[in-house]
Design a protein around this ligand. Structure first.
Ligand code: SF4
Ligand code: SF4
Length: 320
């Protein structure tokens, strides 16, 4: 018996003869909260400087225990908000490295210049932590429009600092692109070539690869679309572009996403709309064994069409 009412995404799955089942759990994604030094327009977390939701030490400790308990993990993916502003960020990242995992810091770049973060670039480099950073365009005008005045120049300064520490050269520095409005991202390969040329020639900046993600129809972006009367059209666009070949690579198949309180979700997007893993009720890692979490079905909704449109979309970029 499905717990959630059927949605357009499920209808597409059924029509394509596909199902969405869990595969081996590879990625523990920990969202330490909504505290951020920026307030971007497209933010699906609705993060900002005024947010008080911040993972307490007890939950971070349980996340660290999970790194030892789950022997199939390859990656610890730490996100927020600006995850570096959480008191447990560094101990969590170090624990991931001690377990031999790839550790990802989803960094907004400007945080590198926040008070108290003067040694952040060295911490990341010295401990072999990969950086995935948002940069929705290679021009100041577009980035500042989406992320706030002056954010582009500070981001370029941060990229140069990371380059100095070897990021984008011997260390992994991936950039994230998302469209400015209700359209699908262009092909990842060609856009990556444009980014590389413009950032290198205009600013002397190097990076490893470009990750293209669709804007998910949730959070602040959804509210903006609704207010502008564009939401229905965007949902139609995502539905029309449904691509069944993305299903096998959807991140919910191999991810476990934990929120700042310890509640478990199938992905960061479900986390943002409070759609719990299993779809029926909240389960917290402080009380629920991992095996029980992974027995629950993946919870889906219309917003999932954002992951399956066109080339597909995930925290790791295009899927198909
Ligand atoms: S998109 Fe990232 S940097 Fe911008 S407000 Fe949200 S969490 Fe902060
Ligand atoms: S939104 Fe989450 S649950 Fe839905 S398809 Fe994307 S990754 Fe899977």
């Amino acid at each position: 018996m499905p717990i959630l009412a059927p949605n357009r995404f499920d209808e597409h799955l059924a029509a394509a003869g596909c199902s969405l089942d869990r595969a081996r759990l590879e990625v523990l994604q920990v969202n330490v909260g909504k505290l951020c030094n920026q307030t971007c327009r497209h933010c699906h977390v609705n993060a900002g400087p005024g947010r008080s939701e911040n993972m307490p030490g007890e939950v971070a400790e349980r996340c660290i225990e999970l790194l030892a308990e789950i022997d199939t993990l390859t990656t610890l993916d730490i996100t927020g908000g600006a995850p570096e502003l959480n008191d447990s960020f560094r101990s969590l990242a170090l624990a991931g490295r001690e377990h031999g995992l790839r550790v990802i810091d989803r960094c907004n770049l400007t945080v590198l210049f926040e008070p108290g973060q003067e040694d952040l670039a060295d911490f990341l480099a010295d401990n072999g932590i990969d950086v995935i950073a948002s940069l929705p365009c290679y021009t100041a005008e577009n980035v500042d429009k989406q992320r706030g005045d002056g954010v582009f120049q500070t981001s370029i300064d941060a990229l140069r600092l990371l380059n100095e520490k070897g990021y984008g050269k011997t260390r992994r520095l991936d950039l994230v692109y998302n469209p400015l409005g209700p359209s699908l991202p262009p092909p990842q390969e060609s856009l990556e070539a444009d980014y590389r040329q413009r950032l290198r020639e205009d600013f002397g900046v190097e990076f490893t690869s470009l990750i293209c993600i669709s804007n998910m129809p949730i959070g602040r972006f959804r509210s903006d679309l609704k207010n502008e009367g564009l939401l229905d059209g965007y949902m139609e666009k995502l539905s029309d572009a449904f691509n069944p070949s993305t299903i096998g690579s959807l991140m919910c198949r191999t991810y476990l996403s934990i929120d700042w309180r310890g509640f478990a979700y199938d992905c960061d997007f479900n986390q943002m709309i409070d759609l719990p893993l299993g779809g029926d009720r909240q389960r917290n890692i402080l009380e629920t064994p991992v095996a029980e979490l992974l027995r629950q079905p993946i919870a889906t909704g219309d917003h999932c069409l954002g992951c399956t449109a066109g080339s597909g979309s995930s925290c790791r970029g295009a899927l198909a």
